[in-house]
Ligand binder design. Structure first.
Ligand code: UDP
Length: 451
């Protein structure tokens, strides 16, 4: 009897995919698995038990937990403030078990493993791939523009604040440089250097973006990173309805939207990781209330520091102030919400999946970036692509109210909408036969088959 590792699809080649255990990293890697599976590859997902994907959503994949790991440690390091410690831990402690697992998979299969595809943050796996003579391809879950701001800036340099001209891309300002929620600039610089080095040593890079959006950025990046780049996004548009959500999505979001006219509702969500303090939360709440626009607001339990859920909302806020203009959920079916005709704007933390999903549905954005690549994504949305506004003071109720009116009511909002609908048209074409992402995917498949 064949064991599960002998299950082969039409190319007869197995790919091992290694995602980072965060929602915003896991989803695109699983979507990439779906895309490559549709091209005839067998897909094995190597994953931590912590935040492990649900195999029932992907019955065509084989799931392999990384053996012998203490996921309690990962659990204890969960949270933005521990990001660097978590990345150090997984890249030092889990690389041995990953090697053991890869060796077993490589010897199990008649056809072997064609290549390892890892998240860029698994930089420690390059040494393993080299030792096993296994080609490693990196998937970077950000835009090319924001990766350039990571890779080309001397972030730990104390002179950087007085030397903005060294920044690249040119549109990025000093305040948009990747920040992390900790005070360890050296640790941050070291981590970025290791990630960049790991990418340079990999065979190729896969991006969840598309050529029409980032051609200029790609040209500039290729000078420092000459290995092949495959721009095959947006991943989530290849197959509808496949879910990789780690949390249950509240479907009342869609039935509530059904009751509203086209483009009338502001969708508000800050993703799966970031948190706000109570005073920031109240500024958000009052900004929303004072704008007088209908809103659908995702508030994850734990989003407000020190609170379980909605306790900091002032008494009577919902009944006397909002009066039915708002709907709160713990987690939404975001792609469906953005595609809903009633959704007219998206107030986002500007991580790449949310930004790309909004572009795909032609929804203009209000950007409140917190850290990492969110800062440069927000700058691109407001200053380069001109498809939204960036809140420069983060959370301040008057600025919020005026930004909401600008996007939802004013003439400027209409201009953002026209611009983003134009982009949506390009996206719709790029994954069709002959489109840029379609062709790049063909190139990627041939590239992998050449190993
Ligand atoms: N998401 C969702 N429901 C929500 C909020 C977010 O399904 O209520 C999904 C969203 O569609 C996106 C992912 O979670 O695919 C968040 O990824 P992103 O890179 O935007 O942010 P992160 O969570 O990594 O900060």
């Amino acid at each position: 009897m064949k064991n599960k590792h002998n299950r082969m699809d039409s190319t007869g080649r197995r790919l091992v995919l290694l995602p980072l255990p965060f929602q915003g990293h896991l989803s695109p890697m699983l979507q990439l698995g779906n895309i490559l599976h549709s091209k005839g590859f067998s897909i094995t997902i190597l994953h931590t038990r912590f935040n492990s994907p649900d195999p029932t959503n992907h019955p065509h994949f084989i799931f392999e937990p990384i053996p012998g790991t203490d996921d309690n440690i990962i659990n204890s390091l969960w949270g933005v403030e521990n990001l660097l410690r978590l990345l150090n831990y997984i890249n030092n402690e889990l690389v041995g078990p990953i090697r053991t697992c890869l060796e077993r998979l490589m010897s199990d299969d008649d056809h072997g493993v064609a290549c390892l595809i890892t998240d860029a943050h698994w930089f420690g796996t390059q040494a393993v791939a080299d030792a096993l003579k296994l080609p490693r391809i990196v998937h970077r879950t950000s835009s090319i523009a924001s990766f350039r701001s990571f890779s080309s800036s001397r972030l730990s340099d104390p002179d950087i604040k007085s030397e903005p001209s060294i920044l690249s891309p040119e549109s990025i300002k000093v305040k948009d440089l990747p920040e992390f929620v900790n005070n360890d600039p050296e640790g941050k610089q070291k981590m970025i250097e290791l990630m960049v080095q790991g990418i340079k040593q990999a065979r190729a890079l896969i991006w969840n973006t598309f050529k029409e959006l980032e051609e200029h950025e790609l040209e500039a990046l290729s000078q420092d990173f000459p290995s092949p780049h495959f721009l095959i996004g947006p991943f989530h548009k290849y197959f509808s309805g496949s879910s990789s959500s780690l949390l249950e999505q509240d479907q009342t979001s869609l039935s509530w939207l059904d009751k509203h006219p086209p483009n009338s509702v502001l969708y508000v969500s800050f993703g799966s990781i970031v948190k706000v303090n109570k005073s920031q939360f109240l500024e958000i709440a009052w900004g929303l209330a004072n704008s007088m626009q209908p809103f659908l607001w995702v508030i994850r339990p734990g989003f407000i520091e020190g609170s379980e859920w909605l306790e900091p909302l002032p008494d009577g806020f919902w009944e006397r102030i909002v009066k039915g203009r708002g709907h709160i959920v713990k987690w939404a079916p975001q792609q469906g919400v953005l595609a809903h005709r009633a959704t007219g704007g998206f107030w986002t933390h500007s991580r790449w999946n949310s930004t790309l999903e909004s572009i795909c549905e032609g929804v203009p954005m209000i950007c409140s970036p917190f850290f990492g690549d969110q800062l440069s994504n927000a700058r691109y949305v407001s200053d380069v692509w001109k498809i939204g506004v960036r809140l420069e003071n983060q959370f301040e109720r008057e600025e919020i109210e005026s930004a909401i009116k600008k996007v939802m009511v004013d003439r400027e909002g209409l201009e953002f909408r026209n611009e983003i609908i134009n982009m949506k048209g390009k996206i719709d074409r790029c994954i069709q036969e002959g489109g840029s992402s379609y062709s790049s995917l063909e190139d990627l498949v041939n590239y992998i088959l050449s190993f």
